[in-house]
Each structure stands twice: as structure tokens, then as C-alpha cells.
Design a protein around this ligand. Structure first.
Ligand code: ADP
Ligand code: MG
Length: 328
């Protein structure tokens, strides 16, 4: 008998008594990205349910799908729109985050992203005058939520984009759903930029996540080994174009200028307890840049991070130092 056959036999025997270490996997496309969920000790049904839940959230939160609630809000012409629980939560918690991070994070950036062609249009470099005008539409204090009626209101012309937090929200919801269904461990990989792992793998090994090359190369830049939590990465390499001036323009926008954030960062990876906060945090730290991110870390803590820089350097927070191995 070969080794794998022996292992399979042991597993089959153990399965009768303990459920063994069987894992179930689902791969699918949602929120504009390939997602992969692996659950340990759970049923096919649990895997199907979590996939369906993420697809449901994807449909609610899409800014491009004409049937979505976010689309309805963005095209409401200034009138109040009734939202379902999840859309309301994403906007409510998104606004909390926006207040927390100040001027580096805005939900109402969509008119600016569109001007750069990062939504569904062709990429272009908007003029300074155009950006100056569009910056007036990037102001989260104009998004008014009413908890009693579950409604949201945006002035005409304003548009929200939940791209910086939607996957984080979906990852937290996926974990809650799987936990409720008795799944003790899972790897929820929502397109490699938002990953949540919880519980203990049956073989006792730690969770391992490859950190992508911030310059877009196919070899990973390093490996994070951790006991669980959310890992979120924001990188210029995820979506960008080269302008007629030969410059690279990417999809992470500095709301202070309306232009792609060029602060010296190429990518930021954070480890947090909660995916929602981590998703937003990696975007915000990217816009803050190396100094701002270090200051934020010193002042707040409660997370770990690493930041690859345009000059080839890498900043690694003390707690991340223990978990991260840089590729040779
Ligand atoms: P990814 O979508 O590649 O996982 P991020 O989590 O960093 O990367 O999210 C980037 C998305 O967030 C953009 O596509 C855009 O929708 C939105 N966004 C870009 N800049 C900001 C910003 N400064 N504040 C809030 N949202 C932003
Ligand atoms: Mg993000």
C-alpha cells in the first residue's frame, strides 16, 4: 500500500468516530474577483450556504449592477433609499471608519474613481480642473443614514463605492455563518486581498498566507504564518494603468488630491481580528504612507502590518516580524 492509501484508510476509519479532517472547498467568482473557501470538518451544505451568502452580499453591494441597493442609492437623485440590513450596516460601519481615518478614507469617492476609469470606463488622466470639481463630491459627511427607517440619503451627483470594505464585511459574515453551522476551522480567501482564517487546522499546522510581490511579479514576496485572524492587502499592482506620460496610476485614491495615492507605498498588508476593519485599514494606511502609517500604529495599535515601499524597502511592525518571512 502506498503512503497516501494508508493515510486515506486511517482517515476513513477515524471519520467514523470523529468526522476526521475532511475539508470541503468552493471556488467561485464574486465581487469582481476569484474567491476560495476551504472549511474543515463541515458539510457540503455549509460550503454551499456560505458561497450563496457571499454572492447575495455581492449583488447588494455592487456599484455597477443596476439591481443593487448601492446602485439605487447612487442614482436616487437625492431622495432617501430604503436599504436592507446588510447594505445599511456596511454604510454605517463604513462611515464610522471614515470618521476614524479622517481625510484619507472616503466612501464617496466613486465619481473620482470613474473619472480615472477605475469603475467600468476607459482609463484616462482627468485634468486638475475636473478633479477639483469632483473633489467637492467626495465628502462622507453628506451621506445621511437614518437608523429608524433604515434609509440612506445622498445629494444628487454623489456616489458611494464600498470597494474598500465590501470584501471585509463579507468575510466577517462568512465566518459568523460557518461558526453558527458548527464549522470549527476555515480559510475564507476573498480574492487574496482579503483573507480570514479561524480555528485550528486538523493537522495542527499554522495558517500560511503568501504575500504577493508588490511589483506584480508571479513569485510571492514572503509568507505570513499565523494562528488566525484577518489579513488584508491593498496594493497598487491590483488595478492600474500607464498614462500617456508614462506614469503608473492605480486605483487607491488620495481623497485629499483626487489622484492615486503616491506616498511611497507599493502595498500594505495588515493583520487584524476583524476583516471589515482590516480591509479599510490596509487602504487607509496605503494612503497615509510610511510615516503616517507608523504614527497610526504607534497611536492605536491592535493590529500588525507590513508595507512595501517604492524605494525597495519594507516596513514590518514588531508583531508582524514574528509572523512574516521575506522570500530569498
Ligand atoms: P482591493 O479592492 O484590491 O482589495 P482595497 O481594499 O485597497 O483593494 O480597496 C480599493 C478600493 O477601495 C478601490 O477600488 C476603490 O473602490 C476604493 N478606494 C480607493 N481609494 C479609497 C480611499 N482613499 N478611501 C476609501 N475607499 C477607497
Ligand atoms: Mg481595503
Amino acid at each position: 500500500m502506498t503512503l497516501s492509501l494508508v493515510l486515506a484508510a486511517v482517515c476513513l476509519t477515524a471519520a467514523v468516530f470523529s468526522g476526521c479532517s475532511r475539508s470541503v472547498e468552493r471556488e467561485f467568482f464574486a465581487m469582481d474577483t476569484y474567491m476560495r473557501i476551504r472549511i474543515y470538518g463541515g458539510s457540503e451544505e455549509a460550503a454551499d450556504d456560505v458561497r450563496a451568502e457571499i454572492e447575495r452580499l455581492s449583488a447588494l453591494l455592487s456599484a455597477t449592477d443596476e439591481r443593487s441597493e448601492i446602485y439605487a442609492l447612487n442614482h436616487s437623485g437625492g431622495s432617501a433609499v430604503t436599504l436592507s440590513h446588510d447594505s445599511f450596516e456596511v454604510l454605517k460601519r463604513g462611515l464610522d471608519i471614515s470618521n476614524e481615518f479622517g481625510d484619507v478614507f472616503e466612501l464617496t469617492l466613486r465619481p473620482i474613481s470613474r473619472a480615472w476609469g477605475f469603475t467600468e470606463d476607459e482609463n484616462r488622466v482627468p485634468s486638475d480642473a475636473e478633479l477639483k470639481h469632483l473633489l467637492e463630491l467626495a465628502d462622507d459627511s453628506r451621506l445621511i443614514l437614518d437608523e429608524r427607517s433604515n434609509t440612506a440619503r445622498l445629494p444628487d451627483g454623489f456616489e458611494v463605492d464600498t470597494g474598500a470594505v465590501a470584501k471585509g464585511y463579507a468575510a466577517d459574515i462568512a465566518k459568523a455563518l460557518l461558526t453558527e453551522k458548527g464549522v470549527e476551522a476555515a480559510l475564507i480567501d476573498l480574492g487574496s486581498s482579503t483573507i480570514l482564517a479561524y480555528g485550528n487546522k486538523p493537522d495542527g499546522s499554522r495558517w500560511k498566507i503568501a504575500v504577493k510581490d508588490p511589483k506584480g511579479g508571479s513569485e510571492p514576496a514572503g509568507l505570513i504564518e499565523f494562528d488566525g485572524g484577518a489579513i488584508s492587502t491593498s496594493g497598487g499592482y491590483e488595478r492600474y494603468f500607464e498614462g500617456p506620460d508614462g506614469q503608473i496610476y492605480w486605483h487607491i485614491i488620495d481623497p485629499r488630491t483626487g489622484a492615486p495615492a503616491r506616498t511611497g507605498a507599493l502595498s500594505v498588508t495588515v493583520l487584524t481580528d476583524e476583516a471589515f476593519f482590516g480591509d479599510a485599514l490596509s487602504t487607509a494606511l496605503f494612503v497615509m504612507g510610511p510615516e503616517g502609517a507608523a504614527e497610526y500604529y504607534e497611536a492605536h495599535g491592535g493590529f500588525e502590518y507590513l508595507m512595501f515601499l517604492e524605494d525597495g524597502g519594507v516596513i514590518i511592525s514588531p508583531g508582524m516580524e514574528r509572523l512574516f518571512t521575506l522570500s530569498e
